[in-house]
Design a protein around this ligand. Structure first.
Ligand SMILES: Nc1ncnc2c1ncn2[C@@H]1O[C@H](COP(=O)(O)OP(=O)(O)O)[C@@H](O)[C@H]1O
Ligand SMILES: [Mg+2]
Length: 175
């Protein structure tokens, strides 16, 4: 069986005023279903750009992205923005290093999780809220029911990271 994620010759370069930055050059790897892959490297070696390119988060107008990124056999780099958006948050998700910049400061975390559910599923507000609380509990947030009403700044850094993990997995049917 082919891998869940196949990256082939992924190359990302940014034209800048000081010349072309070759951020990622001909990277290839496979990720098997149910397995974990760690990419390790020194700062500036291209880990974040690799992940962002896979997620379709590199601005194609500002950078050249070539190669193939096959997710379940479908080439993400050949898809249009709408198709990639469909997959982001359902089949693939990213947990950013700094969760404060990915959570909206003005909305309660339960509401943000519920919104993520409703983007991908036809469910009622109550069902989405219940799913949000369930995921908060699953990632180890104590007292999830009342914590869901907290704003991001009311949580510790570690808890915010857990909220992002909950966000990444909330639309995964096996979680
Ligand atoms: N938008 C950009 N424009 C120009 N260069 C960039 C851009 N984003 C990242 N880079 C460069 O790409 C290289 C890889 O960066 P990055 O993937 O963030 O490294 P890592 O995550 O491994 O620390 C670095 O040299 C970085 O400066
Ligand atoms: Mg990085």
């Amino acid at each position: 069986m082919s891998a869940f994620l196949e990256v082939r010759d992924l190359t990302v370069s940014f034209p800048t005023e000081d010349g072309v930055v070759h951020a990622v050059e001909q990277v290839s790897f496979d990720l098997q279903r149910g397995k974990t892959l760690a990419v390790v490297g020194e700062s500036g070696s291209g880990k974040s750009v690799t992940s962002s390119a896979i997620m379709g988060l590199v601005n194609r107008r500002a950078a050249s992205v070539t190669g193939q990124v096959l997710l379940d056999g479908q080439d993400l780099l050949a898809m249009d923005d709408d198709q990639v958006r469909q997959l982001r948050g359902s089949k693939m998700a990213m947990i950013f290093q700094d969760p404060m910049s990915s959570l909206h400061p003005f909305y309660r975390i339960g509401a943000q999780l519920a919104e993520a559910v409703r983007v991908h599923n036809k469910v009622s507000k109550d069902q989405a809220r219940a799913r949000a609380v369930e995921m908060l509990a699953k990632v180890g947030i104590p007292d999830a029911q009342s914590r869901a009403d907290d704003y991001p700044h009311q949580l510790s850094g570690g808890m915010r990271q857990r909220v992002m993990i909950a966000m990444a997995l909330i639309n995964d049917r096996i979680c």
